[in-house]
Ligand binder design. Structure first.
Ligand SMILES: [Zn+2]
Length: 78
């Protein structure tokens, strides 16, 4: 019975250690600035200036995507 208790303690200790290691790893991998929610979003290109921006921030009209209302007014540049 005492042996079983020892194993339980060992397993819990091992779990705590692995949790600490993985926690440290995720902290190390995290960039300094907060991860933008737009990072997973598809990027679209402004038809006027060619800048890439997240789809949620782009304006869409006339089958084109635009970075701003100004460029939507200016139209596509070829
Ligand atoms: Zn633009």
């Amino acid at each position: 019975m005492a042996k079983l208790l020892l194993w339980v303690v060992v397993i819990i200790a091992a779990l705590l250690v692995t949790r600490m290691i993985t926690h440290k790893k995720t902290l190390g991998q995290r960039p300094k600035k907060p991860v933008s929610r737009h990072q997973a979003e598809p990027m679209v290109r402004c038809a006027h200036c060619g800048i890439y921006l997240p789809r949620s921030e782009a304006l869409m009209s006339n089958d084109h995507t635009w970075c701003s209302l100004d460029h939507a007014k200016l139209g596509p540049r070829h």
